[in-house]
Design a protein around this ligand. Structure first.
Ligand code: AMP
Length: 355
């Protein structure tokens, strides 16, 4: 891969808060940002150029590719065909293989199993008959999740009773789904790994993640001993996944800490909500290392800047607390500039670092 030096233009496909924070890290290193998204969003405020077009618009995609020196993406539900079209002209990193695997829950689980990882038992269901058979095979309780386009607990239905199979099928709106056995875990955590084009990696201290209603509520480091005891095994798996995908950029893998060891849940081929605390909590944030990796720059240190760091998401109305958060010593406030504070919408986050 050729070096993309500061002063070059980085294309970001997707216009959300992850693109906004990537853009801020890129600007710090002297890059220009060009956002491609179907509608304006939080990333626009930090971009010097914006293409507002659909992911099916081949002409605009081609023009965007020509305008950028390297292209990355900030959410994994971009149609593969759109990125393949861009990749004809301009390098797309992380590569398309990572995106293809991460776009489908059954593919990513099978992929990780193939590399020796543990997952919940799972089965694919394409219609209600297959759903009932899958629930019988996996056993109850189970969770039904759409194979594609699910995030933040959307497109998911727990099933505790066979009589509720039909209801679960309605929740996933009859889309191809997987049935997963419910994992008994003590904690959830993630492994964040940055991999450069030379294959060198940097691992972040693994955060303990707590979810509320399927949405990440907070991430904390250092993680408690139950996670620390399993982190090395999970990190070794993450290294194997990154190598197998010939990955370049920041990769996130989510795990359950269980009595049997770490159980892989899902991966994201991008910067991740559970890594937002790295902006102030680590020498080189996940956003900066992603930019460094895709541009062929050396990766930066992932050492903690303090004794502890904790990130709390500001969901919906919680962002209205911003005046008090600004007064709080040690609190770093991030607001994403979204106008409407709908319930469940990520409006910002706050990171507290203890020195
Ligand atoms: P996901 O969209 O797969 O990340 O699921 C969102 C959240 O639901 C996870 O972070 C867990 O808290 C919970 N969850 C998902 N799958 C399972 C499972 N198989 N067993 C137990 N809890 C789960």
């Amino acid at each position: 891969m050729t070096l993309v030096p500061p002063g070059s233009t980085i294309g970001i496909v997707g216009g959300g808060q992850l693109g906004r924070m990537l853009g801020m890290a890129a600007a710090q290193l002297g890059y220009r940002i060009h956002v491609f998204a179907p509608a304006s969003g939080p990333a626009n405020d930090v971009a010097s150029a914006f293409t507002e077009a659909s992911y099916q618009d081949c002409e605009r995609l081609a023009a965007f590719a020509l305008a950028c020196d390297v292209v990355t993406y900030e959410f994994e539900n971009v149609p593969l065909a759109a990125l393949a079209l861009i990749a004809r002209e301009t390098p797309v990193l992380p590569g398309l293989k990572a995106l293809e695997v991460a776009q489908a829950r059954h593919l990513e689980k099978a992929f990780v199993r193939g590399l020796g990882g543990r997952t919940a038992p799972f089965a694919v269901a394409e219609d209600i008959g297959e759903l009932v058979a899958a629930l019988e095979r996996i056993g109850l309780p189970a969770i039904v999740k759409t194979i594609r386009l699910g995030y933040d607990g959307k497109g998911q239905a727990p099933v505790r009773d066979m009589a509720l199979a039909r209801e679960a099928w309605d929740v996933v709106r009859g889309q191809p789904s997987i049935v997963e056995g419910l994992v008994e875990f003590t904690h959830e955590f993630s492994i964040l790994i940055a991999r450069g084009h030379d294959g060198g990696t940097r691992l972040y201290p693994p955060p303990w993640n707590v979810h509320r209603g399927g949405i990440l509520h907070r991430s904390r480091v250092p993680a408690p001993p139950e996670i620390a005891a399993q982190a090395a095994e999970a990190a070794a798996l993450a290294e194997r996944v990154a190598t197998a995908l010939d990955y370049v950029g920041l990769l996130a893998l989510e795990f359950f800490a269980t009595a049997d060891g770490p159980v892989f849940n899902e991966m994201a081929p991008r910067v991740h909500n559970s890594g937002h605390w790295t902006i102030e909590g680590v020498e080189t944030s996940q956003f900066e290392n992603h930019i460094r990796a895709i541009c062929g720059l050396p990766l930066g240190s992932t050492a903690l800047t303090g004794a502890r760091a904790e990130m709390e998401n500001l969901i919906g109305d919680e962002a209205a607390a911003w005046p008090a958060l600004l007064e709080e010593p040690g609190a770093h406030l991030h607001l994403y500039g979204k106008d409407e504070a709908r319930p469940g919408r990520k409006m910002g986050h706050v990171t507290r670092v203890a020195r």
